[in-house]
Design a protein around this ligand. Structure first.
Ligand code: SF4
Length: 251
């Protein structure tokens, strides 16, 4: 199976309604399991099923990974790691805020129905059990440990996609940013600057520039310098894409 086989089955509209932005990029990301097939809003249910069955391996790796991660955290004492992670814990239960939602995690799973990608990200965050105090020093994805190798993907899948969404309808985009619990911050060289915490100790600084006569709308995302103590860059890319997906709903 290669991306061209998947691409041939897609609507080939390049409508940019998915986080990948183009059908070919979507095909590549789908094969890497970086996006769910449901993101292609131009596909009907039958088309989604057909492509999903093409790209699915026997047994779902995401389900398997969730079970592995649950096993890996089964020995951790939640109350001992809670403060470092910025969550609350009691006995076998962690409560945390993820992308504007209150989530409950126990050693055996989630209290709420959640997308499998979101489950993976939350479990990776708990497993890493970071505890460094935030520095307030902001760095780009490419400057993080091992960031260079995934920085182009991050730029295209997250920053450019948000810039396009912002350029399309600034008011509703800003409304959605606030709905996710973002706080406007000052002192940065952008027209709009927000801090949003998709996970408690992982703030994203989102900088937005509207289109002008010379340049298209633009977006940059910066991270606290401690971020890789909480999640690795691969998972951070997925977390950025989760933010994009949440902001893209109803766009
Ligand atoms: S939403 Fe579907 S049709 Fe539109 S660019 Fe993405 S993959 Fe292509």
């Amino acid at each position: 199976m290669n991306p061209l086989d998947v691409y041939k089955k897609l609507p080939k509209k390049n409508c940019a309604k998915c986080s990948a932005g183009t059908c070919m990029a979507f095909a590549v990301q789908l094969l890497r399991r970086l996006v769910p097939i449901s993101e292609c809003v131009e596909l009907d249910e039958q088309g989604q099923k057909e492509i999903e069955s093409m790209v699915s391996e026997p047994g779902d790796w995401k389900e398997r990974r969730v079970q592995e991660l649950l096993r890996e955290i089964s020995g951790s004492k939640f109350s001992a790691i809670a403060e470092g992670l910025g969550v609350t814990a009691k006995d076998d239960t962690i409560k945390l805020r993820y992308l504007g939602r209150d989530i409950t995690v126990t050693h055996s799973g989630f209290g709420e129905t959640m997308d499998i990608f979101d489950q993976l990200l939350i479990l990776m965050y708990i497993k890493t059990a970071g505890n460094k105090p935030l520095t307030g020093s902001w760095v780009a994805f490419r400057d993080l440990k091992d960031g260079l190798i995934r920085s182009d993907s991050f730029h295209e899948a997250c920053e450019m996609t948000l810039a396009r969404m912002f350029g399309k309808d600034q008011d509703s985009f800003l409304e959605k940013i606030f709905e996710l619990g973002s706080k406007e911050v000052k002192g940065f060289p952008a027209k709009h600057s927000f801090v949003i915490n998709p996970l408690p100790k992982i703030p994203f600084l989102i900088l937005l520039w509207p289109r002008d006569e010379e340049f298209d709308s633009d977006c940059r995302i910066l991270f606290d310098s401690t971020v890789t103590g909480y999640i690795d860059v691969e998972a951070l890319l997925y977390l950025g894409m989760a933010v994009v997906r949440r902001l893209a709903v109803n766009q």
